[in-house]
Design a binder for this molecule. Structure first.
Ligand code: 8YV
Length: 315
């Protein structure tokens, strides 16, 4: 059998993405890692590449189902769902889709901050319900421009967020593994100290075990009653129980969240809160960016199958 590609969660690829893959290589589709074991062994033998999408865990056991697997190309910059160490042990390459999504994710981060501070959910409901005409103006809300912002994780996406916030005339503070050459921005070697110093805290960390609960209860509480937390990284990076407590008890002012533990079945406590803007992990979800991610994912697979250097290798 010719080199074949396995698509996980292929159903959520759009028609163009599916078409690109299907016309390039024979392909099989499964809903996610759980469904892989159900494939016919002969079909599994033909699989050289996995076009991976989604957040279900892809561990060594799943990789072992495919004796000829050479590459797992992730559709996303964050590859915390893939056990990269297990892949490396098996000589399997992993690739991701960095950079092409930075703008979208940073745009959404800023949009959630503005929506939260300017009470846009309430404003929208006020117009749609007719309350505007009946009752008049909505309560005054919170100015965004000119505040102090903190970024946890000044990688590629964190940097794009910071650049946007600088255009909003904000003082930029950040916490990262090391200080960066960013004149005028203030480095904190501790996330609690960062949270204490800022009004708005943006979480732009990579996911995975190393950053689990990195934004701790102490950091959330240090943000204070005027503080707003924005998370566009992974639900795992913030102590979610502590965040819910702080939001419910008014220990912080609000939050804008695109990511959660247990997506998409998020903790129902979030749904009862008025002081949050909730998004369905759509950070990279514009047509343009998802197309660029699909192209990069497929280009990595094509490079692998042609024996060329991978474009964006992880291991
Ligand atoms: C998702 C993301 O991958 O890039 C990432 O790390 O979280 C997103 O772009 C996307 O939702 C596809 O699952």
């Amino acid at each position: 059998m010719a080199d074949a590609i396995l698509l996980t969660s292929g159903a959520s690829l759009n028609a163009e993405e599916r078409g690109r893959l299907a016309s390039a290589y024979p392909s099989l589709h499964v809903d996610g890692p759980d469904a892989m074991a159900g494939l016919d062994p002969a079909a599994r033998d033909g699989i050289r590449a996995i076009a991976f999408k989604g957040h279900a865990q892809m561990s060594g056991a799943e990789m072992d189902l495919f004796p000829n697997l050479g590459v797992i190309a992730n559709y996303g910059v964050g590859y915390d769902a893939i056990d990269v160490a297990a892949a490396t042990e098996r000589g399997v390459k992993v690739t991701n889709t960095p950079n092409v999504l930075n703008d979208d994710v940073a745009d959404l981060a800023v949009a959630m901050l503005i929506a939260q501070c300017r009470t846009m959910r309430n404003g929208e409901a006020h117009v749609r319900s007719g309350a505007w005409a009946r009752e008049g103006e909505i309560p005054l809300n919170r100015k965004v421009t000119g505040n102090t912002a903190g970024i946890v994780g000044l990688g590629r996406i964190g940097r794009e967020i910071a650049d946007r916030l600088a255009a909003f005339k904000m003082d930029i503070h950040y916490h990262a593994r090391s200080e960066k050459p960013t004149p005028g921005w203030t480095y904190h070697d501790d996330v609690v100290a960062l949270a204490e110093a800022v009004d708005f805290l943006f979480v732009a960390l990579v996911g995975g075990p190393a950053t689990e609960g990195y934004v701790s209860r102490a950091a959330i509480e240090a943000l204070g009653p005027r503080g707003v937390l924005i998370n566009i990284s992974r639900g795992t990076t913030v102590d979610e129980g502590a965040l819910l407590d702080a939001l419910e008890q008014g220990k912080i002012a609000g939050a804008g969240l695109d990511v959660f533990l247990n997506e998409p079945d998020i903790d129902p406590r979030f749904l009862a809160l008025d002081n949050v803007v909730l998004q369905p992990h759509q950070g990279s979800g514009s047509v343009e960016t998802r197309r660029a991610m699909a192209v990069l994912q497929l280009d990595n697979i094509r490079a692998f199958l042609d024996g060329r250097e991978l474009l964006t290798p992880v291991n």
